[in-house]
Design a binder for this molecule. Structure first.
Ligand code: PMP
Length: 387
């Protein structure tokens, strides 16, 4: 038999099939492994093989280290899904959308202003906006906290603002819009795909960010792209990429091209990735909602069915994350309450929200979600006994 020391920390037994009772359900990270079974079903058609001599040059087919073929296919993907307008727009690639966040803050910051641009986001927001802006803090821009602090400030006193708007939002899945008038806005559309939300209309903002991590599920490839209306902003973002990394790995670009080709070829058919992705996340959300509906101690964010132009019908919510609230007076640290019950979450404070909230990831593997549901069910059923 297999020695137990080779089992994953949560399993034991000769064949590692025995789940250890005190193993925590880890619902912390947004690792998009829910799409792994999809690519297992398309293993041969999505494989990429290239020999040692291939693509060794700094040069690519396109300007600025971008594969023309991949750029073309990304435009085709947006058109086929109907989630973003790319006609007449420029596209910049980044090593994950993570690299693009700062590239765009840089590109949108004024060059010769006396005060730095103020970078803000509406809470609860994705923590990296602040962490990265603080990390690269320089003359042109600084982190200025939550957007709501500035809503009533007079425009004259405000100067240059750069507002991050995440739609659908991470953590709570709401479709959001800019709230500061007159600011530059970076729309982070990482989750604006039918896996995670209805698509009411193609997004048409000046600066939009997308990532392979949340559409194909290949977080490992580190590939994101920005769709930019203004040529000067595009040129500055490109300059940033050139000075920073000289563009995204050509190996990654080849892999992503292959994945997008498979997605396009299978679109809307039996092997459609959005049909697969949406079904998976919708079922996970519906199961968790059912468990929480019989609880007085916990609640979930309210999401409504919406008309989706991709599916051409009203669809049920299918968010990437559950944004759980602890309702009881004593449960001030929701993440700690969950941890006590064997569930690892991401604390509300990470998103600059109240610690009464915690985020649970619904996009990891089925095993992760099954264990989470089991733990959540056990926790909620204890309420009945107590009351
Ligand atoms: N934006 C949002 C809103 C995210 O949730 C994430 C990752 N979880 C990212 C950007 C970064 O993703 P990546 O660098 O993998 O593209």
């Amino acid at each position: 038999g297999v020695p137990t020391c080779e089992c994953n920390t949560c399993y034991a037994g000769a064949d590692c099939s025995q789940l250890l009772p005190d193993c925590p359900a880890d619902a912390d990270s947004g690792d998009p492994l829910f799409l792994e079974p999809y690519w297992q079903q398309h293993a041969a058609s999505s494989a990429v093989v290239f020999s040692g001599w291939h693509r060794m040059s700094y040069r690519t087919t396109g300007d600025y280290f971008i594969s023309v073929e991949l750029e073309k296919h990304i435009r085709l993907l947006h058109e086929a899904v109907g989630n973003a307008v790319t006609d007449g727009r420029f596209i910049v690639f980044g090593s994950g959308s993570t690299q693009l966040l700062n590239a765009l803050v840089y590109a949108l910051s004024p060059e010769n202003a006396s005060t730095p641009a103020s970078v803000v986001a509406t809470a609860p927001y994705y923590a990296l906006y602040k962490l990265q802006t603080d990390l690269f803090d320089r003359r042109e821009y600084e982190w200025k906290g939550v957007t709501s602090k500035w809503v009533n400030a007079s425009v004259a006193s405000m100067g240059n603002f750069i507002e991050f708007v995440t739609s659908p939002n991470n953590p709570d899945g709401r479709l959001l819009q800019s709230v500061l008038g007159g600011s530059s806005v970076i729309y982070d559309h990482a989750y604006y795909w039918p896996h995670f939300t209805a698509i009411p209309a193609p997004a048409d903002e000046d600066v939009m960010i997308f990532t392979a991590s949340k559409v194909t599920g290949h977080a490992s490839s580190r590939f994101g792209w920005a769709v930019i209306k203004d040529e000067k902003v595009y040129q500055k973002a490109t300059e940033y990429m050139q000075l920073n990394t000289m563009g995204v790995s050509r190996d990654t670009q080849l892999r992503v091209l292959k994945l997008v080709k498979v997605m396009l070829a299978e679109m809307r058919g039996e092997g459609g990735i959005f049909e697969f992705g949406h079904k998976t996340t919708r079922e996970r959300w519906s199961k968790l909602s059912k468990v929480i509906s019989s609880s007085n101690r916990f609640s979930l964010q309210q999401l409504s069915p919406l008309y989706c132009t991709y599916f051409k019908k009203i669809i049920d919510p299918s968010p990437a994350y559950a944004w759980l609230k602890c309702e009881m007076e004593g449960d001030v640290d929701c993440s700690a309450v969950l941890r006590e019950a064997g569930i690892i979450s991401r604390a509300g404070a990470v998103f600059e929200a109240s610690s009464r909230y915690a985020r649970l990831s619904l996009i990891k593997t089925q095993d992760d979600v099954d264990l989470l549901l089991q733990r959540m069910e056990a926790l909620v059923s204890k309420e009945d006994v107590a009351s």
